[in-house]
Design a protein around this ligand. Structure first.
Ligand SMILES: Nc1ncnc2c1ncn2[C@@H]1O[C@H](COP(=O)(O)OP(=O)(O)O)[C@@H](O)[C@H]1O
Ligand SMILES: O=C(OP(=O)(O)O)[C@H](O)COP(=O)(O)O
Length: 401
């Protein structure tokens, strides 16, 4: 395992990697739960009297959201409750002067790490540790903290290089995310373990089932992935319609695997019994899967009968994990499935983990209280990798320190 902030010596100059990658609208960085979560780590370090140097990224070179972190510093400061100074430099003289000038308890955010050429290409930790970027910054700090679990699947310099040249620790977000998201594979639960899987990507659902099939008692399916499983079970759903050309592509690529999963794990896999669509008056209509004779419309949610079937299964479970939404929950008419399962989880005292960048947003959107869930992940790609058993380069680098 890795060391945590509990192991950090006092009065250190600490270089901390956060993940503040955020949506940007009309040039404005949108506040989101990543700021709030990382603020805890930053506050703890500053209050303990460390000198805190922060690194983070935003977007990718060439993208519209590849911008400076200047606004991020202000948003973070509002969550930490302390000043967060900003320097528009990653590791040049300006950055080094600002780091060297820090007093105990002060916090400084460096410029977008991806503005440094050595950050991005995915390379081995040894290569990253030997970059000028890592070597230069390492000379001006005493310790490295990685709090960026949600970026830990990237083998980038700021994530894997520093643990080879500095004492390295997991921040609070890293620690909590790692423990919760690995728990389905590592923990023994006394009662039933249920996994709600949906979203748009069939391969995510397939990989999760292959990796966790022996740990999970039942998979409750929905979303576009769920429709493809319904199609494999012989129903007239999950075909391409206008504007949804990923259905047939995904079907071609995954048909055989889905069919064999249904063969081998049929008893564990629960499929929707009804689906919802937009009717002639633009309202939500529902139809039983058994009554669908022809694929002539898009289905945008599981139906209410399905929620009624999934609800007691969740309430009888000891642990529930969620990956992917059961419908197009961003549209209130098609949020019934996703909010239905989330409410059932919130109302029971089961251990629960909700993840996926989009899915966990439903909790906020529909006014549910995060405190009613065991853990709500702020990770997307890293969360699915954890569930499918793939190692995270940033976590592995921390473990080796
Ligand atoms: N039947 C559906 N039709 C269109 N979109 C859907 C449907 N079901 C789920 N979705 C969409 O799937 C998205 C979640 O997909 P997913 O790949 O699981 O993302 P994440 O991992 O970020 O939660 C949601 O934003 C939701 O709108
Ligand atoms: O937001 C992130 O990942 P996510 O979209 O999977 O949650 C991370 O900051 C990683 O960003 P990247 O996918 O540009 O490497």
């Amino acid at each position: 395992m890795f060391k945590t902030l509990d192991d950090l010596d006092p009065e250190q100059r600490v270089l901390v990697r956060l993940d503040l990658n955020s949506p940007i609208e009309d040039g404005e960085v949108q506040d989101n739960r990543r700021f709030d979560r990382h603020a805890e780590t930053v506050r703890e370090l500053a209050e303990a009297g460390h000198r805190v140097v922060l690194m983070a990224h935003q977007g990718r070179p060439g993208g519209d959201d590849f911008v400076s972190l200047e606004q991020h510093a202000d948003i973070l400061a509002s969550h930490v409750g302390r000043d967060v100074a900003f320097v528009a430099d990653t590791y040049g003289d300006e950055a080094i002067d600002a780091i060297d000038a820090l007093e105990a308890g002060e916090v400084l955010l460096l410029e977008n790490t991806r503005m440094c050429d050595e950050e991005l290409p995915e390379e081995d930790p040894e290569v990253k540790a030997d970059t000028e970027f890592v070597r230069t910054l390492a000379e001006h700090v005493d310790a490295y903290v990685n709090d960026a679990y949600s970026a830990a699947h990237r083998s980038h310099a700021s994530l894997v290089g520093f643990p080879l040249v500095l004492p390295a620790y997991a921040g609070r977000v890293m620690q909590t995310e790692y423990e919760a998201n690995s728990s389905i594979a590592t923990r023994e639960f006394d009662g039933q373990v249920t996994m709600v899987v949906g979203g748009t990507k069939a391969t995510d659902v397939i990989d999760v089932m292959n990796n966790l099939g022996d740990k999970v008692d039942q998979f409750l399916l929905g979303g576009i992935a769920g429709e493809l499983f319904l199609r494999a079970a012989g129903n007239d759903v999950g075909f391409d319609l206008e504007g949804m050309d990923f259905f047939d592509d995904q079907w071609e690529e995954n048909r055989e695997t889905i069919e064999s999963l249904l063969d081998e794990r049929g008893d564990q896999i629960k499929l929707a019994v009804d689906l919802a669509y937009e009717n002639e008056t633009d309202d939500r209509g529902e139809i039983a899967v058994a009554n669908i004779t022809e694929k002539d419309r898009a289905y945008l949610d599981v139906g209410s009968m399905t929620v009624d079937e999934y609800d007691p299964i969740i309430r009888d479970s000891e642990a529930v994990f969620v990956k992917g939404a059961l419908g197009l929950f961003e549209d209130e008419r098609f949020a019934v499935g996703t909010t239905g399962v989330l409410r059932a989880i919130a109302e029971t005292d089961c251990f629960s983990v909700v993840g996926g960048g989009d899915t966990s947003r439903a909790i906020e959107m529909y006014g549910m209280d995060e405190a009613d869930f065991g853990h709500v992940s702020i990770a997307g790609g890293a969360y699915i990798r954890a569930l499918t058993g793939a190692p995270l380069a940033g976590v592995e680098a921390l473990k080796q320190d």
